[in-house]
Design a protein around this ligand. Structure first.
Ligand SMILES: Nc1ncnc2c1ncn2[C@@H]1O[C@H](COP(=O)(O)OP(=O)(O)OP(=O)(O)O)[C@@H](O)[C@H]1O
Ligand SMILES: [Mg+2]
Length: 419
């Protein structure tokens, strides 16, 4: 039987841990062979707080995906919560060295080295360095400067940094589950690979990944990330609000939100009553769907306003010709696109990822990070110039892995992917 190479993804979320196995077929096309998810434990706001629980869950979810795929896996592409990450822009300039002043790979390598040399606190390290564009002499906006003639080469990059301890804990958890880490990828960056189109990234788009404990945002322009960040609020905050206001256990509030919740009143046609279980033997009460919507929309509106301020919408609105894309489990909330449209004053769509199956199945937005990791791995885009796994783990070699060609090939891969 044909056994193609594998790309295995692990999305460690605060509410669920998800794993997917992509397998190359005889035509070298990646197809989804297994996919599983388990309720998460051991994380708070994307940060590991109980490593033992996490280890068990990682083993469980990957084994389940292995069982479906009928394959055993060795190394994983692993998500990192935007909650612990920080994005900033940096730039560098170097003189072109060659006599004929043609820009070579070595010049690109050097300018990227200079651009990534930022002052970092001792406890943080660089997770991604993504080129936004190159400046060839005074000409900005160049995607591929190789072979151009110039005196100076500049690069503007988006750098994502992470706390070293959090990365080490994640690495330890995956290793102790019996797997190696192929690379770690910011969750919102991974999600963008599965839900954004190249045109949107080029024209300028804002993507929100509404998870359970936090919401990551990432702004693309000119085909590359321009700004990224997060707010410490996600879908669970809405359930907490409902639980407090309606005096019901949080599990019931979560169920009510998912089944009857809406954050745009105009969508409610029949204002049917919803039964809310009481706490500790108290009698259930009835609320209307409109009342629910009032509680939910207040919180979601506040979250959108925080993101709008955090990303400085006023200054960046001209960068967003392609509007707003919302993904993550929180994007399942009814009316969220309408509410976002009114707060951001942008066209909005929900980002549902396509699973790489024969019929390209449409999945819910909660699968976008996982599917994005599979795509990211498929493209073998070694944006992770720190390549954390190499520092600690001996990798026995991924069957699908092509040789990594250092920084320049990282840039070229990035360019190939998004130009
Ligand atoms: N139908 C629905 N309506 C409203 N909210 C929903 C619905 N389905 C899921 N959610 C919410 O989505 C959130 C979970 O999203 P997701 O699975 O993307 O989070 P996560 O990746 O585990 O968390 P994080 O990214 O914060 O670590 C939960 O808060 C859940 O209540
Ligand atoms: Mg998530």
């Amino acid at each position: 039987m044909f056994e193609g190479g594998l790309v295995v993804a692990l999305d460690i979320g605060t509410s669920r841990i998800r794993a997917a196995i992509g397998e190359y077929d005889e035509q070298s096309k990646l197809c989804l062979a297994g996919m599983a998810s388990v309720a998460s434990k051991g994380l708070r706001r994307g940060v590991i707080v109980n490593i033992e629980s996490l280890i068990k869950l990682i083993s469980k979810v990957v084994e389940e995906a292995e069982h479906q795929a009928g394959r055993t896996v060795e190394e994983l592409w692993v998500s990192q919560s935007a909650y612990i990450l920080e994005g900033l822009n940096s730039r560098g300039v170097v003189a072109v060295r060659s006599k004929d002043r043609e820009i070579r790979k070595i010049d690109v390598d050097r300018v990227m080295e200079v651009a990534r040399a930022i002052a970092l606190p001792m406890d943080r390290k660089i997770l991604h360095v993504i080129p936004q564009h190159f400046v060839v002499d005074d000409q900005p906006g160049i995607k591929d400067p190789l072979d151009m003639v110039a005196v100076r080469l500049g690069a503007e990059v988006h750098v994502v940094t992470a706390p070293e301890a959090a990365l080490d804990n994640c690495l330890k958890a995956v290793n102790r589950s019996g797997f190696a880490v192929r690379a770690m990828v910011m969750d919102s960056l991974a999600a963008s690979c599965s839900v954004l189109t190249h045109e949107e990234m080029d024209m300028g788009v804002l993507m929100l990944d509404i998870g359970s404990s936090s919401t990551g945002w990432i702004l693309f322009q000119g085909g590359a990330p321009w700004k990224s960040g997060h707010i410490p609020l996600g879908g669970d905050q809405v359930s907490k609000d409902l639980s407090i206001v309606l005096k019901t256990p949080q599990e019931s509030a979560e169920e009510i939100k998912c089944e009857s919740g809406c954050c745009w009143e105009d969508l409610i046609e029949m204002d049917e009553p919803v039964i809310v279980p009481g706490v500790g033997g108290n009698k259930p009460i009835h609320v209307t769907q409109r009342e629910l919507a009032m509680i939910i929309s207040a919180r979601i509106r506040e979250m959108f306003q925080l993101i709008r301020d955090d990303m400085d919408l006023g200054r960046n609105i001209y960068r967003l010709s392609a509007g707003l894309v919302i993904t993550g489990g929180g994007a399942n909330l009814r009316g969220i696109a309408q509410l976002a449209g009114s707060v951001f004053d942008l066209p909005v769509r929900i980002g549902n990822p396509l699973a790489p199956t024969v019929e390209n199945k449409d999945l819910g937005p909660e699968w976008s990070v996982l599917m994005g990791l599979v795509q990211y791995g498929d493209q073998q885009n070694p944006l992770d110039l720190t390549d954390i796994r190499r520092q600690k783990v001996g990798i026995s070699g991924n069957k699908t892995a092509k040789k990594e060609g250092g920084m320049a090939s990282a840039i070229l891969n990035w360019l190939k992917e998004f130009v």
